[in-house]
Design a binder for this molecule. Structure first.
Ligand code: FFO
Ligand code: GTP
Ligand code: MG
Length: 459
């Protein structure tokens, strides 16, 4: 049982209609009872569970801070499984901060990031993959990312994992039986059956792993960097892709100094797109830093869009930049297709081994083809919700599945080579443990703390 009581602001800071302070733990009712006055002076202990109640929230010195609505959840029927009180006050920084400060004064501490959800996990309200999905729900920027997170939050990933884990337990039980009653059980037939079951498990894991590369892109977005020489139209391309005028566009080469980041939605797949400073040899100090940064961004990106100005001649510089990105997924974009061309697309195709597209960023021509090309490059051309019953979108889950798979393969090999079954069972147990890391069944407290600390405040 968790002893202390925590509180935090659960809504984003800023001006809004309402804002919510959340309190969870054994002292929640006490502290609110001290500060809340309802019209009929009802004590908070006499309010029914799962109700929302009108009243005024008072400061220590007895002044009204705000007119509020207070939700009452009594353990174990709450998000965290503990007593939970939510104070709904007027949005805006002052009421919410005053209410939080008043609550924190009374033996109640500020929650750590993710601590409400961590408590929900520790109290068995959610398993780990569901808790992680709560975070994904908050950060989802497209319908598709939201969909994947929603399914995981509903427990679909955990469900699949638990089915596989149960199958492994069955095999382990078989092995126990062969050890305890070797004469009755240890024959070829039972070994064959075990191999068959393990093959079956292997297929399930492989099926899940197949969804992982797309799943991660859908969850995290494709990190895309737009590069090219000054004035070729990089910022214009960003604007064309975002369909807004986000980046400053001028005819002065070197306009973009700082890297600009935008989130865009390409048919449900989020792109985290960076507009960079033009790459060229430069003496300008600020611009030089920009160029260095561009090189770093290339290294950490999933995709490079290399923009050329089609109305200019092909130069040695172009070859140098191509060399810089030769190991990256990349698309060469010949911009300004509305002007008379000096670059021949076929000619360029001979020089590069990637897709070459003509666009006019300014006239918004060829942008749809570019979007399609990006999705095809990552083999997510025609994804729709039905093809993704269960999607692995989290790197942590993917790694655990891969480890589990290794041990399953070992165990299958072991059985086929007639290794002693008690040795084989070690691998099966390992696989079972690795899968348990996904649901949080077999994970150390330290790792659990680490995972939740990445959550945002008030969640
Ligand atoms: N104001 C508010 N809105 C919110 C949340 C919240 O905590 N507070 N949530 C938080 O992220 C989400 C909703 N999730 C919730 C999940 C469970 C329970 C809950 O009280 N469960 C109890 C009772 C269920 C019942 O009445 O049947 C339980 O599971 O025992 C509340 C919110 C989104 N909206
Ligand atoms: N005709 C034509 N002009 C374009 C097109 N795209 C961009 N331009 C023009 O090219 C100039 C440079 O565009 P930017 O988008 O600022 O180029 P940039 O690559 O971001 O430049 P830096 O930030 O300086 O590196 C501007 O005058 C744009 O209007 C296009 O498709 N057609
Ligand atoms: Mg620019």
């Amino acid at each position: 049982m968790i002893e202390d009581t925590i509180a935090a602001i659960g809504t984003a800071l800023g001006q809004s209609g309402i804002a919510i302070v959340r309190v969870s733990g054994p002292k929640s009712l006490d502290v609110i009872d001290e500060h809340l006055k309802t019209p009929r002076n009802t004590s908070i202990y006499d309010l029914d569970k799962n109700t929302i109640n009108y009243g005024h929230f008072y400061s220590k010195s007895g002044e009204v801070i705000d007119e509020v609505l207070v939700s009452v959840f009594k353990a174990p029927y709450s998000y965290t499984g503990e007593d939970v009180i939510e104070v709904n006050c007027h949005g805006g920084q002052i009421p919410i901060k005053k209410i939080l400060t008043t609550i924190l004064d009374s033996e109640i501490r500020l929650a750590e990031p993710g601590e409400f959800t961590k408590r929900a996990f520790l109290n068995g309200k959610l398993d780990l993959s569901q808790a992680e999905a709560v975070m994904d729900l908050i950060s989802a920027k497209t319908d598709l990312s939201h969909n994947v997170a929603n399914k995981q939050a509903a427990g679909q990933v955990s469900h699949e994992i638990n089915i596989v884990r149960d199958k492994l337990l069955e095999v382990l039980a078989n092995i126990e039986a062969t050890i305890d009653y070797p004469d009755e059980f240890f024959d070829d037939i039972s070994v064959d059956k075990m191999v068959e079951k393990l093959q079956n498990v292997k297929e399930s894991i492989n099926k899940l792993l197949k969804t992982a590369s797309t799943g991660k892109l859908v969850r995290e977005g494709i990190k895309t960097v737009i590069i090219g020489e000054p004035n070729v139209g990089k910022s214009s391309l960003l604007n064309a892709l975002t369909k807004e005028d986000r980046a400053i566009v001028t005819d002065v080469p070197g306009t973009t100094r700082d890297v600009l980041q935008e989130n865009i939605n390409v048919r449900g797949v989020p792109l985290v797109i960076l507009d960079t400073a033009g790459i060229r040899e430069t003496k300008d100090k600020v611009e030089k830093i920009g160029v260095e940064r561009t090189k770093e961004y290339i290294n950490t990106s999933d995709l490079v869009l290399y923009v050329l100005d089609g109305s200019q001649n092909w130069t040695k510089e172009n070859e140098l930049i191509l060399n810089l990105i030769k190991n990256k997924p990349r698309i060469v974009i010949v911009n300004k297709s509305d002007l008379s061309s000096k670059m021949d697309k076929k000619d360029i195709k001979n020089k590069v081994d990637c897709k070459v597209l003509s666009v006019s960023a300014e006239k918004r021509l060829g942008i749809e083809t570019l979007e399609e090309t990006i999705l095809n490059l990552f083999e997510i051309g025609d994804i729709n919700d039905n093809t993704f019953d269960v999607t692995i979108s989290n790197l942590r889950h993917e790694l655990a599945l891969k480890e589990a798979l290794k041990h399953i393969n070992e165990s299958i090999n072991g059985l086929k080579h007639q290794n002693p079954v008690d040795i084989v069972s070690i691998d099966i147990r390992e696989a079972w443990q690795y899968l348990g890391k996904i649901t949080g069944d077999s994970l150390s407290r330290n790792l659990i703390d680490e995972i939740f600390s990445r959550f945002c405040l008030g969640k």
